[in-house]
Design a protein around this ligand. Structure first.
Ligand code: IMP
Length: 178
């Protein structure tokens, strides 16, 4: 186990790189199987999903497109529930199968807002792929199609996820030490 310090908080290794990669490959295989013949558009939610998106795309075996969007609603370690505008969608998704790629679904409010905004562009279908899900925190009824890993209700960093802008570069996922 290794410990890292980010600003005022200490974190310990929680999910090692090898396990993350194994689960990402499993999700990529499921998507490739389910969406064969669809040529889906992947909508990756920045900043947190950048590493997951990269590894996911490298392991897909179907033709696909990608667009990166931003919709931030999180400050510090507590979800605010506040939702900002969707920016950066530069692909025509009307009539297309869309897969939203997120780093983590916590309360689910960000995902709910994203689905609403993306639906306005009239895609054929919206699927959701998330690296992580905190089932105990989920506030709403959300059908998530692909989950790489379920985790407890603790704050984590690494593999794209940050604490106050830091920690996204780690290959492993770390959990907070209270
Ligand atoms: P939700 O709206 O509560 O589902 O929050 C979703 C967003 O909060 C994610 O896209 C992350 O950016 C952020 N988030 C939620 N939990 C964590 C965490 O444990 N570490 C870092 N960011 C998190």
């Amino acid at each position: 186990m290794s410990l890292i310090q980010i600003k005022d908080k200490c974190f310990r290794t929680f999910i090692p790189e090898e396990q993350i990669q194994k689960e990402v490959i499993r999700v990529a295989d499921e998507i490739s199987r389910d969406l064969q013949g669809e040529a889906p558009v992947f909508i990756s939610v920045l900043n947190g999903a950048f590493m997951f998106t990269s590894d996911l795309m490298k392991n897909l075996s179907i033709p696909c497109e990608i667009s990166f969007v931003k919709l931030a609603s999180y400050q510090g370690t507590v979800s605010t529930g506040e939702v900002k505008e969707l920016v950066g969608l530069n692909t025509d998704i009307s009539g297309r199968t869309v897969v939203i790629v997120e780093d983590i679904v916590d309360t689910g409010l960000t995902m709910q807002a994203l689905i609403k905004k993306i639906s306005a562009y009239h895609p054929k279908e919206i699927r959701i792929a998330t690296l992580l899900l905190k089932p105990e925190k989920l506030k709403i009824d959300l059908a998530i199609d692909y989950v790489a890993m379920h985790i407890p209700n603790d704050f984590i960093v690494g593999y794209g996820l940050d604490y106050e802008g830091l920690g996204r570069n780690y290959r492993d996922i770390y959990t907070i030490v209270e």
